[in-house]
Every structure is written in C-alpha cells, then in structure tokens.
Design a protein around this ligand. Structure first.
Ligand code: ADP
Length: 400
C-alpha cells in the first residue's frame, strides 16, 4: 500500500510518500514560499540527492498539483500513475473537542474542521485547502485527518480547564487543548516497543523540544496533561514563543508599549522565547555556540530554558504519581546533549539517573541514556510524525 502524507501550512506544503509494506519513504519534499515570489519545490526520491524546481506556485491546489506531477514524472517520480496512491493522510492542527483520534475525512469531518477554524485561524484553513485540493485531484483516494490535538483529548477537565469564568469555556471553547499530539503519541508508543513494555501500564513523560516545544504526561496509554494550552504559546520557552507568562505582565506590557492585539501577538509568538531572551537567535545551535564563546545572556537563556523543562518534569511526576520512562525528542531533544544534561542534573532523588557518556554520545538516534540501574528509563526517541500519520491512515482505511 502506498500512502501520501501531506502537511499544508500557510506558505508551505510538506509531503512524504510511504510504501507501507516496509514503511520505507519513496519520496519526500516540500514547497516553500507558497503564494510568494520565489516559490520552489524541493524533492527527494529515496536516498537520492534533493532536486529543486522553481515555479510560480500560487495556491495550495497548484502546489498539490505540482507535487503530484513530480511524484509521477518520468525522471524524478516514484509512481507510474496517481492510481498507485492508495490513500492520503493529512496533518491537521486543530480538531477541537470533535476529534479524539484520527478520522476518515467525510463531509461531516470537513464541516467540523471548519467550525474549529476560529481556534486555529492560521493553521486550519491551509489544512482544509490541502484536503479540498486532494479531493479534487485524487477523487478516488480515501483521505484521513490526523489531528495535533487529538491525543490530548483524553485530558480530564481538572487538567484542561483554566481558572477563568466557566462561561468562557462554554461560549468560546477556551480551555487547554495541547498540540504535538502525533509526536507525543509516536515517541511514547515507540519507546515502549523498544523497551518491550506494555504501553498501557507505563507512566511516561515526553519532552518534544524543537522550534516549538511541549511536554506531555502519559499514563495508561493516554495523555494526562501537556504544556501547550489553548494555543501553542503556553508552557515551555520556545524558539520565539514566550511559553508560560503572567497575564498581568501581558496587559502591563501592552499598556506601557502602547501596543494592540496584533503587535502583542507578534511580540509573544515571534520575538520572545530564546530569541528574545538571548538576543542571538531562535536557533539552539547558534545560542549554544554564542554561550560557548562567552556570551553571558546566551548562557542565561539556556539555563532558563532547561529550568522550565525541569520544573514541568517535576510537576508531571507529581501529577502521574511516579514515572517509568522519560523521553527526549524534537531537534533539540534528539541532538543537544548539553540541553539534556542541563535538564537531567540533580534528578537522582526522583529515580532519574542519566549516564553521562550515553547522553554525550546520543544524537538523533534511538538510545537509552540513563544508567542501567536507573528507576526511570531515560531515552532519546527521534520523532516521526509523518510515519505516525501514514500508520493511522493505513489502519483507518483498512477498517473501511
Ligand atoms: P520544528 O519544531 O521546526 O520541527 P525541529 O524539531 O527541527 O523544529 O528543531 C529545531 C531546533 O533543533 C533548532 O533550535 C535547532 O537549533 C535545534 N537543533 C538541531 N540540531 C541540533 C544540535 N545538534 N544541537 C543543538 N540543537 C540542535
């Protein structure tokens, strides 16, 4: 079975074509600067070098058409005909309270997604455009929606409600939803597979540390809590997002700086986090380099980053009533041994005993980084959201 996974953003479309018989990636790539001058498609077949195609790619439909054209082209393609695509899996950012698992896309599902648009005005519309384009261009292939929020729908109201008037939840759905659910689900399941443990019995904390970052507490195979909330702004300090912040500070800054909603949104989403703190970059590698070169603010921002993650781990151990597995994933979690070291130090009293040489040697591959006798198994598990989407799609169309 061949499954195409599509991730449509406002100015980008990423794709991966899987052969599910051995879960291999036949081709992958993406369009960037969609709808802008200089838009291009980067395409990579199997292990071959990437090829680039320039073109005026004006909208999602044109983008999807372009991708399908390359996938079936004689020179760069992996398919003889589009009929070989058995199904399409879509990454969808917000499924609101409608979806607690992946779903075959039907008219009802599309209608529910349209209703979720106000919750994710930047993300859901491009996701919907990708679905519409595929329905038009590949009418024979079933499509499946895999939602970033779905895994966290198992959170109880105790974890997902904010301390604001209840009516605001009833009227507008203001509550914590959480994101990165597909990644947290993949790495927690994968960790149990690697360790040969029953997913349904384990208490797991997974730290997804990428440009966006979130941490999830998983118990009995279900998400019990996660650090992102109503929007992906809450929780950990991220590349450009502030993470947790006193609402009083927000209104005070808006008043002092005389800025409105739009500017405040930009300030806390795009100019804060590690970029705002360090003054160097939002990119962890550059901040680490600056700190190594003696930049004190860069050093401080790394310490603040690690401290926030450590605090969340502590609070989630309390929430779960213990811990069996602690996972690091995402570009930073998978690759930055110094970040992991900074987070994991002095955690022995909680049964978390990192092995320094295992940690130092772990970059981008599945590996246990705790000592053999550590009560909590600490692991690096590279995330693979696209594979998870393909697996869900395969499962759902297999049921149909
Ligand atoms: P996204 O959320 O956009 O998918 P990624 O998961 O790719 O982001 O993570 C990007 C982050 O990972 C960047 O801050 C980058 O600097 C960091 N990163 C990648 N490789 C390393 C490395 N070897 N050491 C430290 N940080 C790294």
């Amino acid at each position: 079975m061949k499954i195409l996974v599509l991730n449509c953003g406002s100015s980008s479309i990423k794709y991966q074509l899987f052969d599910m018989s051995d879960r291999s990636v036949l081709a992958k790539g993406g369009i960037e600067k969609l709808g802008m001058k200089g838009s291009f498609l980067k395409h990579k077949r199997g292990g071959e070098a990437a090829v680039f195609f320039d073109g005026e790619i004006l909208d999602h439909k044109a983008g999807v058409e372009y991708i399908l054209g390359v996938l079936t082209s004689e020179k760069y393609g992996s398919l003889k005909s589009l009929n070989e695509i058995d199904a399409v899996g879509h990454r969808v950012v917000h499924g609101g309270e409608f979806f607690s698992s992946s779903e075959l896309i039907t008219d009802e599902v599309v209608a529910a997604l349209v209703r979720c648009t106000s919750l994710a005005p930047l993300h859901n519309p491009p996701n919907l455009r990708g679905i519409e384009a595929m329905q038009e261009l590949l009418p024979g292939a079933p499509q499946v929606g895999v939602f970033d929020t779905a895994f966290h729908q198992s959170m109880s109201p105790v974890a997902f409600m904010y301390g604001i008037p209840y009516v605001l939840y009833e009227k507008y759905g203001v509550r914590r939803y959480g994101f990165h659910g597909t990644s947290h689900r993949y790495v927690t399941q994968r960790a149990c597979e690697i360790l040969n443990r029953d997913f349904l019995t384990q208490k797991i904390i997974s730290c997804h540390l990428g440009n966006g970052a979130s941490i999830a507490a998983v118990s009995n195979g279900k998400s019990a809590d996660t650090s992102m909330g109503f929007t992906p702004l809450e929780g950990l300090i991220m590349g450009t997002r502030s993470g947790d912040l006193d609402v009083g500070a927000v209104t005070y800054i808006m008043e002092q700086e005389e800025i409105g909603l739009k500017s405040a949104n930009l300030l806390f989403n795009k100019h804060s986090g590690m970029l705002g703190l360090s003054g160097v970059s939002s990119d962890m590698r550059e901040i680490e380099q600056a700190a190594a070169d003696g930049n004190d603010r860069a050093r401080l921002s790394l310490d603040i980053y690690n401290y926030r993650v450590k605090k969340y781990i502590g609070s989630y151990i309390a929430a779960l009533g213990g811990l069996d597995i602690l996972i690091f994933t995402g570009g930073i979690g998978e690759n930055s041994d110094s970040t992991r070291r900074g987070i994991l130090n002095n955690m022995e009293f909680l049964g978390i005993e990192a092995d320094e040489s295992r940690n130092a040697g772990s970059h981008g591959k599945e590996q246990i980084i705790s000592k053999d006798g550590s009560r909590v198994t600490v692991m690096v598990v590279p995330t693979d959201e696209e594979l998870m989407i393909a697996l869900d799609t395969e499962k759902i169309i297999g049921q149909g």
